[in-house]
Design a protein around this ligand. Structure first.
Ligand code: PLP
Length: 375
């Protein structure tokens, strides 16, 4: 706690502190529990180049969703000899956004990465603008109960999957794998089980039509330990490992795209109270960070970040707002806080994923400063 106050004093607020030792712990926990799975860190969760660098040094692979994200990863390999660089891109980067601009596809083609698709129009674009890529077909799977639902926007219906695979081969591009995403912060492990069963039947049907699929990409969704109702990752990993064994041949490659699991618990935000009012008998605090900034996850990620004070005292329900002129900039209307004053600091833990990643400059307020510790 003293450390947080010290960092805020030296750097000002709002300040997002990223603990790289926690990144290493989370990555190791992922790898140790899922030894068959290659971890492609989903850069979208937090694309800070220092985070990507730490993961690169750990041997991670990467899932990118745009050309700028691709370049954040590329920065770490640009010094390598051409052959090594190309091998890295082929083995360790997947462009896992099923919808790509034509211009992006043209740029990607020279690097020949794995790219995902989930519909015939995208297939036509890939064939025309990025024919050297390896393709991964994303299928739609149940997202029941996940904090962030993705299946309404992405994924081919499992019933049309093999036709889409055939169509790709027929048009001269190569399908390497099948992917899915069970929804982010998935605490309902049944989603994974159903997704694996659907994938296994697509593998089988594709093989019966003469197409051997080599890669299974199980996406993201691995739940971060925000609170103690989150089920254990070990339990999920045990289920996954036994389903891999039961449903898939030993020689297929299994990938995953964990984002939140790797970075959520690594970030702590320190923010300052810049205003205070009493409205209808309730104390309202105004902070120098809000939902247009590091607390963006309150809106986009359906996430809560309990605020903690550095002071003791009897707690009462208060409202907490961000600094902009928009009433939408509301962090919480039911936060339990002691009596606080202007210039007091508050902190929020587990705010490393999908937070600063969607921060804006709305009203002229810049994103929080990022400080890296334990690098
Ligand atoms: C294609 C894809 N892969 C991976 C992820 C990362 O998911 P998570 O942060 O739940 O691990 C996302 C998140 O939206 C995604 O869209």
């Amino acid at each position: 706690m003293e450390e947080l106050q010290k960092i805020a004093k030296v750097n000002g607020t709002p300040v997002l502190i990223i603990d790289h030792e926690k990144i290493r712990q989370n990555y190791r926990e992922f790898k140790e529990n899922l030894p068959r799975v290659q971890a492609y860190y989903a850069v979208k969760a937090n694309s800070d180049p220092e985070i990507v660098k730490t993961l690169y040094e750990l041997g991670s692979s990467f899932d990118v969703a745009s050309f700028p994200e691709f370049m954040v990863v590329y920065e770490n390999i640009k010094h390598l000899p051409e052959k090594e660089r190309q091998d890295f891109i082929w083995d360790k980067i997947i462009y896992a956004n099923t919808i790509k601009q034509e211009e992006t596809l043209r740029k990607l083609d020279q690097y020949k990465p794995l790219v995902t698709y989930d519909n015939v129009e995208e297939l036509k674009k890939i064939r025309e603008h990025c024919p050297h890529a390896g393709l991964v077909l994303r299928i739609r799977v149940p997202n029941t109960g996940s904090m962030v639902e993705l299946s309404s926007k992405f994924g081919a219906h499992p019933g049309e999957a093999v036709d889409l695979i055939e169509e790709a081969f027929r048009s001269g591009v190569v399908v390497e794998g099948i992917s899915f995403h069970v929804g982010s912060q998935c605490n309902n492990f049944e989603n994974y089980i159903q997704a694996l069963q659907l994938s296994a039947s697509i593998f089988k049907e594709a093989e019966s039509r003469g197409h051997r699929i080599k890669i299974l990409d199980i996406g993201g969704g691995f739940p971060a330990k925000y609170h103690n109702k989150v089920k254990s990752f070990k339990t999920l990993a045990r289920k996954l490992n036994s389903e891999f064994k039961r449903l898939f041949p030993d020689d297929i490659e299994i990938l995953a795209e964990p984002g939140r699991f790797i970075v959520a618990t690594t970030g702590t935000l320190v923010t300052k109270i810049i205003g205070k009012a009493v409205r209808d008998g309730k104390t309202c605090y105004y902070l120098d960070d809000g939902v247009y900034h590091t607390f963006s996850g309150v809106v986009f990620d359906h996430c809560r970040y309990p605020l903690k004070a550095f002071k003791e005292g009897e707690k009462k329900i208060s409202s907490v707002f961000g600094p902009t002129c928009d009433a939408f900039d509301t962090i919480s209307i039911a936060e339990e806080l002691p009596e606080l004053e202007i210039n007091d600091l508050l902190y929020a833990e587990n705010i490393g994923a999908y937070s600063i990643a969607s921060s804006t400059y709305f009203n002229g307020f810049p994103p929080a400063k990022i400080i890296h510790i334990n690098k």
